[in-house]
Write a new protein. Structure first.
Length: 141
């Protein structure tokens, strides 16, 4: 996503939350979020516009993108084909009298669809820390 596309995506949210970002602020946002897949960034901004009363910071947009990624993965169910149904996405291939397991084409196609959506296995944000646990850690000397 270009800087211009990024700004045009986030500017309506900033205006609706009465936030004025200067050039360094936009640059920081862009650099902090530039690794997110475009589809997930768009979904995160839409989610933030619906759920947050303030303009989200980088970490909050990342959390929203992660929530969208998990929702996409949950909604995009994989259905095994007849070849790999019993082996959960694996097929046995025999080459030169050696049997090997390989990923089935239906599983690969499903993974490619998830990658297109930006919903890979890679988390986009770490879960928020449990402040109670952190307080307990701080008490230990």
């Amino acid at each position: 996503m270009t800087k211009k596309e990024f700004t045009s995506l986030l500017q309506p949210l900033a205006l609706s939350r009465k936030v004025k970002l200067d050039v360094p602020g936009w640059k920081l946002l862009y650099e902090a979020l530039s690794d997110l897949p475009d589809a997930l960034l768009r979904a995160a901004v839409l989610r933030a516009s619906r759920t947050r009363k303030w303009f989200p910071n980088e970490a909050e947009l990342r959390e929203d993108a992660e929530a969208c990624r998990l929702e996409l993965r949950a909604a995009a169910k994989w259905a095994p084909c007849a070849l790999c149904e019993a082996d959960h996405g694996w097929v046995t291939v025999t080459e030169a009298n050696v049997q090997r397991l390989m990923r089935c084409e239906c599983w690969k196609a499903h993974q490619a669809r998830l990658a297109e959506l930006g919903a890979t296995n890679q988390p986009l944000a770490l879960p928020a820390a449990d402040t109670r646990a952190l307080a307990r850690i701080g008490d230990v000397e």
